[in-house]
Design a protein around this ligand. Structure first.
Ligand code: APR
Length: 241
């Protein structure tokens, strides 16, 4: 592995920049990641809490789990890294953001998110009556559809779910057309989202990885910036005050 790269990048020098974010971007806000120390999947078995089978088997247990996560996330403010990314996007319209995160912290930081690849804690869906936002608080306003009474499923791409074709097609187009691809805080192990790094590289983008450590996908990146996102983002993409 090459030594961590301390290079800085000037967004003005790129036509299209995609920031591809994972749970590590939310970690400094206090939102647990999925893998690694203290990860969610080390505490909970996704087969009991985050898949369609579990939801059909015990919707109350699944909704209780997601309410605990919503309530916790609401106590976690966006950090300096989110705020810097929002300033970057405001200064450079070519900055686009794609996330695997469902916590909504990017939006709370005022960032325009082009794609939520794995859905959102803040949306529910009825299989017959479609999507509904539920932003107010930790507990869901409603757990069952007022129109048909069926359980409202969190609008999250769970394990074993098909991905949202439109969201992935939009992301594919963005990634294939970017000339700078910056992954922030992702372990790069969950497919098909993990495939976007290879697509960016194959499309000739400059590849930058912001992470605390190396992971399976690190070999795809020419620049591996090691450190917490809240520190590295402002350092690697400085903005004139
Ligand atoms: N700054 C930068 N990177 C960090 C930080 C931090 N402060 N803290 C942790 N990381 C890195 C870890 O080293 C790890 O590589 O963030 C990554 C988090 O990895 P995961 O927990 O696997 O999260 P993610 O890659 O987003 O998971 C992808 O898996 O469970 C599914 O749907 C879920 O969207 C999620 C997907």
């Amino acid at each position: 592995m090459t030594e961590p790269d301390l290079k800085q990048f000037d967004p003005a020098g790129y036509r299209s920049i995609v920031f591809f974010t994972g749970a590590g971007l939310s970690a400094e806000s206090g939102v647990p990641t999925y893998r690694g120390h203290g990860g969610i999947w080390a505490q909970y078995n996704y087969e009991d809490y985050a898949c369609q089978r579990a939801f059909e088997r015990d919707p109350v247990r699944v909704l209780d789990f997601h309410e605990v996560r919503r309530t916790h996330v609401l106590k976690c403010p966006p950090h300096a890294g989110h705020r810097h990314l929002a300033r970057l996007q405001a200064a450079f319209p070519q900055v686009r953001v794609v996330t695997q995160n469902i916590d909504g912290l990017l939006q709370r930081a005022g960032i325009a998110v082009d794609a939520e690849l794995h859905g959102s804690l803040w949306r529910q869906r009825c299989s017959r009556h479609g999507l509904r936002e539920d932003l107010e608080a930790g507990p869901y306003r409603q757990r069952q559809c007022p129109d048909c009474g069926s359980w409202l499923r969190p609008d999250i791409t769970w394990f074993e779910d098909a991905v949202d074709g439109a969201v992935f097609a939009r992301t594919q187009q963005l990634v294939a057309g970017c000339d700078l691809f910056v992954s922030v805080g992702t372990s790069g192990v969950v497919w098909p989202a993990a495939g976007f790094a290879q697509l960016a590289r194959d499309s000739g983008a400059r590849m930058v990885e912001i992470n605390l450590e190396n992971n399976e996908a690190s070999a795809l990146y020419r620049h591996r910036l090691r450190g917490p996102a809240g520190v590295v983002l402002p350092a690697a993409f400085p903005l004139a005050d």
